[in-house]
Design a protein around this ligand. Structure first.
Ligand SMILES: CC(C)(COP(=O)(O)OP(=O)(O)OC[C@H]1O[C@@H](n2cnc3c(N)ncnc32)[C@H](O)[C@@H]1OP(=O)(O)O)[C@@H](O)C(=O)NCCC(=O)NCCS
Length: 208
């Protein structure tokens, strides 16, 4: 108990990760709640997460996010490199030793369809497996979120199961499946070594 009190009093470790186009910074849920509050009004965004439509107070919005400690639970705020404009967040939660649950939320719709998740998640998988002691990463997506399912599969996650009619979508009141995706460390390392051996293809992505 004394140890956990000490840990709570210590400042959060700073975690910063750079990708080609983005800077990711580990932030507290209070920081994220304060800076992402405008996302609470976006129905398409809330539908993707399966979150209720609100209205939200700032406190209620903040409490939708799990409390982070930058040790086992991370919210990475996503910024375009060289900018302090928050465009989204990507979570990494070690729900069991070595097993990291992922979530992503791109709150700035200008950045949808521009490959943010692919680039940011690849860097976070390196972090999970190389630095944070992870042996497995996984995600759970409701069955109406095609973009999110596509994003997992494109990075090599396997479909590991479907919980039929598990989620009730609050706005449409529709019961939908929850689809589970998982990736093991050795699968990611194998994929990465193949990628590193290939020459870079010419970029066809809109770089925003
Ligand atoms: C989910 C989210 C992060 C996806 O953002 P994104 O990666 O920019 O999404 P994109 O539009 O690029 O879609 C990803 C891929 O899925 C494909 N896709 C999207 N909708 C599709 C559909 N209905 N059917 C088939 N493919 C589809 C896109 O074509 C794209 O593939 P491409 O890269 O080959 O073009 C974003 O929509 C978001 O933040 N939503 C709100 C929060 C959320 O849903 N989080 C996930 C919770 S698990």
């Amino acid at each position: 108990m004394f140890k956990s009190l000490l840990r709570r009093l210590k400042p959060l470790p700073r975690v910063v990760i750079e990708t080609e186009r983005f800077t990711l910074r580990g932030v507290s849920r209070e920081w994220l709640g304060r800076h992402s509050f405008r996302w609470a009004e976006n129905e398409a965004f809330l539908d993707g997460l399966g979150w209720p439509p609100g209205p939200y107070t700032r406190r209620k919005w903040t409490r939708r996010f799990t409390r982070s400690d930058n040790r086992k639970v991370f919210h990475f705020a996503i910024f375009p490199r060289g900018s302090d404009h928050l465009i989204g967040s990507h979570g990494v939660f070690f729900t069991e030793p070595g097993s990291a649950l992922l979530y992503v939320a791109i709150g700035d719709l200008e950045w949808w369809g521009k490959g943010v998740v692919q680039e940011v998640r690849a860097a976070l998988l390196d972090f999970v497996f190389d630095k944070a002691g992870g042996h497995r990463a996984y995600g759970q997506v409701h069955g109406r979120n095609a973009a999110s399912m596509y994003n997992y599969q494109r990075l090599g996650f396997r479909h590991e199961g479907t919980m039929r009619q598990q989620r009730l979508l609050p706005r449409s009141n529709e019961r939908v499946d929850l689809v589970m995706f998982g990736l093991l460390k050795e699968e990611w390392l194998a994929r990465r070594s193949v990628r590193e051996m290939r020459p870079d293809p010419p970029s066809t992505r809109n770089t925003g």
